[in-house]
Structure formats: C-alpha cells, structure tokens
Design a protein around this ligand. Structure first.
Ligand SMILES: C[S@@+](CC[C@H](N)C(=O)[O-])C[C@H]1O[C@@H](n2cnc3c(N)ncnc32)[C@H](O)[C@@H]1O
Length: 246
C-alpha cells in the first residue's frame, strides 16, 4: 500500500486524538524543548504539529524508507532520517524530548526497544508516549459490530505486534528504567455522524491492510450505516499515554 493511503489514516487518527495530544504537549513542556525526536514518524503528521509548537525543526525518524521519504516531501520543515532507534544510539544522538505515537505496539520486543530509547534521552529529558492502544478494551455497539476488534487484533498479531500493549505500559516503562505517569489519553468515542465518507474510506484502508473479504466489508458498512441511522453507534476504545523520565 502506498504511503499516501497511510497518511490519510494517520491524519484521521491524529484528528481523533488531538485534544489529548495537545494537553500532553503542554504537560511535557514541548514549547521549551530544544532537541525533539519523533521516533516512528510515519507520514510526519505529528512531527509537523510539534514543529509548529516548539518553533524549530523536529528530528523525524522512520524505519520505513518510503514513509520517511513521503514525510520529507510533505513536511519539508523538519529533519528526516530513515532508520530506527538503534541507528540513533549508534550515532550517539541525544534528545530533550523523545516522542512515540502508535509505535510501541509494533515492536516485537518492546522492553529492549524502550531500553534503547532510554539511551537517546539527554539529561533532564523525557519520553512522551502519546498513544498506545489496547484493542482488548474496545467496545463496539451495537453488539453486531463486536467482531470488529477481532479484525484489528488478528492483523496486529499477524504483523508481530501486540494489540494489548496499552495495559502493559506501566510495567514495561518501569522495567526499562523509567519513572512514568501512565494514564488513559482517551477513551475514544469515535464520532461518525458528519464523517460517514471518511469512515468508509477508513474501512477500505483496513480491508487492504488486514485482507478481509468484500463480503465482510459490505457487512461492516451495512451494519455501520444501520447503526448510524438509528443513532445507536458507539465506539469506546482505550488509548494509553505516558510521560516518562529516566
Ligand atoms: C502506526 S505508525 C504511526 C505513525 C505516526 N507516529 C503517527 O502516529 O501518525 C508506526 C510507524 O512507526 C514506524 N516504526 C515502527 N517501529 C520503529 C522503530 N523501531 N524505529 C523507527 N520507526 C519505527 C513504522 O514504520 C510506522 O511508520
């Protein structure tokens, strides 16, 4: 799938989480941080937002070359690198604030990942975990749509990630040597009404990603539309965050 499709999805996701993120930017003192790293920057949406808050280029890094190139072309005001935290550690780089968003869930070994990230943090610096989900806690109402979370869970597992990373966040951060405040960033109550077209695009994105059938897609869209028309639709989805200091 091309980077542009991911970008649409990341924009939508960033929109849902904007209030929580802006609160966390203030809590982490983003405006006064000099060297800021967005690790796992994807298409660059969050890095660009941070550049606008702190008024200087952010270092945006992604292990996927195509994503890093897309982000560079889209948001040229930041500095980009294709690589991962190992590369940054090997270069001896240090940051006042390291930010990750929807990145820990994709690590095959999250604890060693966090230990490496810790090495990237300068004196008086911090790690800001903006958003790590827990699909096990997701509620889709009405009950006919309950199977949706299984689609996400099996896709993330197939790709070597952990769909339940949210609940593990306090213990992982502690074991990696951080002192952390872990909270619920949001219990997303995803609004549908005005954004039906965006919602359909989002399901088509997930179909391509997770590879379910056209019949399943048609069933999802039918159930979504019916629930919307009856004003019954509700999604509650816990997303965790943390501000952590070494
Ligand atoms: C779900 S996307 C999130 C993108 C962006 N942070 C956002 O919230 O819009 C996760 C991104 O992290 C990247 N990634 C995962 N593990 C990484 C690592 N260890 N180092 C660098 N990038 C990583 C992936 O390639 C992917 O582009």
């Amino acid at each position: 799938m091309d980077a542009g499709r991911y970008h649409e999805h990341y924009l939508l996701q960033a929109g849902w989480l904007a209030p929580a993120r802006h609160f966390l930017f203030r809590k982490a003192g983003l405006a006064r941080r000099r060297r800021v790293l967005d690790l796992g920057c994807g298409s660059g949406v969050i890095a660009e937002e941070m550049r606008q808050v702190c008024g200087r280029p952010v270092m945006a890094v992604d292990r996927d070359r195509e994503m890093a190139a897309f982000a560079r072309a889209r948001y040229p005001g930041n500095d980009y690198l294709a690589g991962d935290e190992r590369l940054l550690v090997s270069k001896g780089m240090r940051f006042d604030l390291v930010v990750i968003s929807f990145v820990l869930l994709w690590q095959q070994r999250p604890l060693p990942f966090l230990k490496r990230v810790r090495k990237l943090i300068a004196e008086n610096g911090a790690l800001l975990v903006l958003a790590e989900p827990d699909y096990g806690g997701r509620i889709d109402h009405p009950a006919g749509l309950d199977f949706l979370k299984e689609i996400y869970i099996s896709h993330i597992r197939r790709e070597g990630g952990d769909p339940f990373i949210g609940r593990r966040l306090p213990a992982l951060l502690q074991r990696a040597g951080f002192q952390a405040d872990v909270e619920l960033a949001s219990c997303l109550d995803i609004p549908h009404g005005s954004a039906a077209a965006a919602w359909e695009r989002e399901w088509r994105f997930w179909q391509e990603l997770a590879g379910f059938s056209d019949a399943t897609l048609a069933r999802i869209l039918r159930l979504e539309k019916r629930a919307l028309a009856r004003q019954e639709r509700l999604v509650l989805f816990p997303v965790f965050c943390a501000l952590a200091r070494p």
